[in-house]
Design a protein around this ligand. Structure first.
Ligand code: TXA
Ligand code: MG
Length: 317
């Protein structure tokens, strides 16, 4: 069932009945449930086939709700929240006693964000509880950036509140803390440079060590079902392509080339923000074309390009 943005009452009723609902955000669609309902949270894990030790993000609509959720709010977390909320920033902070262990995978920290989407902010305002929402895709699949992507995955098993296509296009940037010092757990819709403008240099949690802190950051993630290869330059892949139906994902340039069955150009004008917005839609389209393989070209490794390349690496492990 797809609910229009004017059907908030129905969305509220679903969530109040301990059911789950897909919601739009500016990053990707989320699979939402009441954080205080064991039944709802269990349904989220079950639908996504997600391991129980992989914690969920709690979504709020105003900063005042933080008191209910966290024990500490370090000064640099406050600076980041003031600059980026509502927006694609997730902060991992010491959790308050109210927050159920099921939501945090048994950790003593909780991930929180205030999403920047008018429909979901209006929904949250009408609810007497915050919602937990992972991305609304089955475990290890490409995140959904439209209501159609969500129904493609879950059909009638999940109602979707349609808020249009997601304007940022990849998940939030996640920042945790080592004492007072911010640590980048997941590259996302806010570039590392923008974070650093606010709080100075941040270290990226190294990949091997990231597993215990951000269990969702396992290597294989965000993956198409079609075999996907990542390269600096698609020309290098010519020998693999013989006799195959091949799709190409490229940053910029031509969208026609007889060597390929289909080409997705992320940004004709070479703009990394536009490429980020288009990334998952392009991967979803390529993955639905019954190709033998997808070749993805790396984008320039600066600004949001780091986040795009991170997702492409995970899609091709
Ligand atoms: O943009 C987003 O963040 C989207 C929208 C729906 O808000 N949500 C999202 O959720 O991407 P999910 O569950 O797909 O990814 C959340 C990531 C996971 O990698 C999880 O392990 C990590 O956040 N995470 C959650 N709680 C954490 C915690 N307490 N400590 C460390 N990592 C945590
Ligand atoms: Mg996810």
């Amino acid at each position: 069932m797809v609910l229009g943005p004017d059907e908030l009452e129905k969305a509220v009723a679903i969530l109040k009945k301990n059911n789950v609902l897909a919601i739009p955000t500016e990053t990707v669609y989320g699979l939402a449930g009441n954080i205080y309902s064991e039944e709802a949270i269990a349904k989220i894990f079950e639908l996504k086939k997600r391991p129980l030790n992989n914690p969920l993000i709690v979504h709020l609509h105003k900063m005042e709700q933080l008191q209910e959720i966290v024990k500490e709010f370090p000064p640099k977390a406050k600076l980041l929240a003031e600059r980026f909320w509502p927006g694609p920033l997730t902060l991992v902070l010491k959790k308050g006693d109210n927050v159920p262990d099921l939501v945090t995978g048994g950790k003593d920290t909780v991930a929180i964000r205030i999403p920047d989407h008018p429909v979901t902010l209006a929904l949250l305002e009408q609810l007497p509880f915050p919602i937990a929402a992972p991305s609304a895709n089955p475990f290890n699949r490409i995140s959904p950036t439209s209501a159609a992507h969500v129904t493609g995955y879950f059909q009638d098993a999940l109602a979707v509140l349609d808020g249009g296509s997601c304007k940022k296009g990849i998940e939030s940037t996640i920042i945790g803390f080592d004492g007072e010092e911010p640590v980048l757990y997941r590259l996302g819709s806010i570039s590392k440079e923008s974070i650093e403008e606010t709080v100075g240099e941040v270290r990226i949690q190294n990949k091997a060590k990231s597993a215990p802190n951000a269990p969702g950051m396992m290597k294989k993630h965000y993956a198409p079902t079609t075999k996907t290869y990542l390269t600096e330059n698609a020309k290098e892949m010519a020998s693999l392509m013989e006799g195959k139906k091949v799709g190409l994902l490229r940053f910029t340039g031509k969208s026609e080339d007889p060597k390929y069955d289909h080409i997705e150009v992320l940004s004709p004008s070479g703009d990394l923000a536009e490429a980020t917005t288009n990334l998952y839609g392009a991967l979803h389209r390529l993955d639905s074309m019954k190709l033998d393989m997808i070749i993805a070209e790396r984008v320039p490794n600066i600004g949001l390009g780091l986040s795009i390349n991170d997702r492409l690496e995970r899609a091709t492990q």
